[in-house]
Design a protein around this ligand. Structure first.
Ligand code: F6R
Length: 366
């Protein structure tokens, strides 16, 4: 059932344009307002009364939650905190009935996430799950679930479920912002309308797979790779690094680009590739200067950049090209070449792509 693909992971990467359509289907009305009320069945008065949002999850789900965090901070005008589910229970966090907990979990069975949700519920917080599996443990515990509709994912390394979680979190941010009247309606509608371009944009990127493979050949000998992103694409860097280490066993770190000079720059040399996300947006100039600092240390530079970006092309040894979308939606597109890069490196090296060593698809122990 790999439909002609060599691995499930590659098949699932190619399914992403359709998965995004599924995640969006029926959730944006003709005025471009996100409508989640009928699904969530949480009174809008309750959502308006919230004073804090708290997001949790593990691994890839945590990274997708972080995309949601940046959107909610920007659009919902409410403090948003994030914590790894495995740390949540020891975090001594202040929570009450006016804290909205958002639990991210593809399977809905991850033990750490379930435990975090139990603690949140004990503190009286309403819980919204963002999950892929109907009837999962998480879904039964949560007050409401936003289904990601990613379909079954066979590859242990999550790809389409990451993207569907990020899309669902984006929809939730747009919905909460509208209900709370926290952002100009035109801006919310502009982003919602922009989501309609995502399937085509992601389709363009998955079809660059052969070009990404050429870049993979240049990176595969590295012992360590640094992924840099800022702001909404900091989670993209985290996710790119997670994918690479999971399936290729190459050491990789995702870093907020501004942190480079506070330590990791010491690691750089001509054998340590730096992969930066420099697509258009408010942090582009900043990250370009972080990349220039890396280049000055002779690190090979690979950039995720928008088509026609001459500045990126001049700076980089290799460019992974992606179409332009709204900055707030860019994490959904920008992660795709990084999934492909991890895939091709692992495949060229003959790794067991779909079943990486030491990993289980669902971690039901704490
Ligand atoms: C990464 C990966 C894991 C999961 C994590 C949480 O590719 O698959 O990091 O994302 O174990 O799993 P769920 O989302 O099922 O809670």
């Amino acid at each position: 059932e790999k439909s002609g693909f060599k691995h499930f992971m590659l098949k699932e990467i190619f399914e992403q344009p359709n998965v995004i359509k599924e995640t969006l289907a029926g959730r944006i009305d003709e005025d471009h307002d996100v409508q989640l009320g009928p699904e969530l069945k949480i009174d809008e008065i309750v959502l308006r009364a919230m004073t804090k949002i708290s997001i949790t999850g593990c691994g890839t789900a945590y990274n997708a939650g972080m995309v949601g965090m940046y959107l909610m901070r920007s659009l919902c005008k409410i403090p948003v905190e994030m914590e790894l589910a495995s740390e949540f229970r020891y975090g001594d966090r202040a929570m009450d009935a006016r804290t909205l907990t958002i639990a991210m979990s593809q399977s809905g069975e991850t033990a750490d996430t379930i435990e975090a949700v139990k603690i949140a519920k004990d503190a009286g917080t309403p819980v919204i799950a963002i999950s892929n599996v109907v009837g999962s443990h998480l879904m039964r515990l949560a007050d409401a679930t936003l289904l990601t509709r990613g379909g079954p994912e066979i590859s242990v390394a999550a790809t389409k479920t990451y993207v569907s979680q990020a899309v669902a979190a984006t929809l939730l941010a747009l919905y909460l912002a509208r209900v709370r009247k926290a952002a100009p309606l035109e801006r919310l509608r502009e982003i919602a309308e922009g989501t309609k371009l995502l399937p085509a944009a992601v389709d363009v990127v998955v079809n660059t797979s052969d070009q990404v493979k050429k870049v993979a050949r240049k990176v595969r000998k590295a012992r360590s790779v640094l992924f840099l992103g800022r702001y909404v694409n900091f989670p993209t860097a985290l996710e790119g690094a997670l994918k690479l280490k999971e399936i290729s066993y190459i050491h990789a770190e995702g870093y907020a680009a501004g942190e480079m000079k506070h330590g990791p720059i010491a690691l750089l040399d001509a054998k340590t590739p730096v992969i930066g996300v420099v697509t258009e947006g408010r942090v582009r100039e900043k990250i370009l200067s972080n990349i220039a600092e890396s280049k000055a240390r002779e690190a090979p530079i690979i950039l995720v950049a928008n088509h026609g970006d001459d500045e990126a092309a001049a700076l980089a040894d290799h460019v992974l090209w992606v179409p332009r979308v709204d900055e707030m939606l860019s994490p959904i597109v920008n992660v795709i070449p990084l999934q492909l890069l991890a895939y091709h490196i692992a495949d060229i090296d003959g790794k067991d792509v779909d079943q990486p060593r030491n990993l289980a698809k669902t971690v039901t122990v704490e």
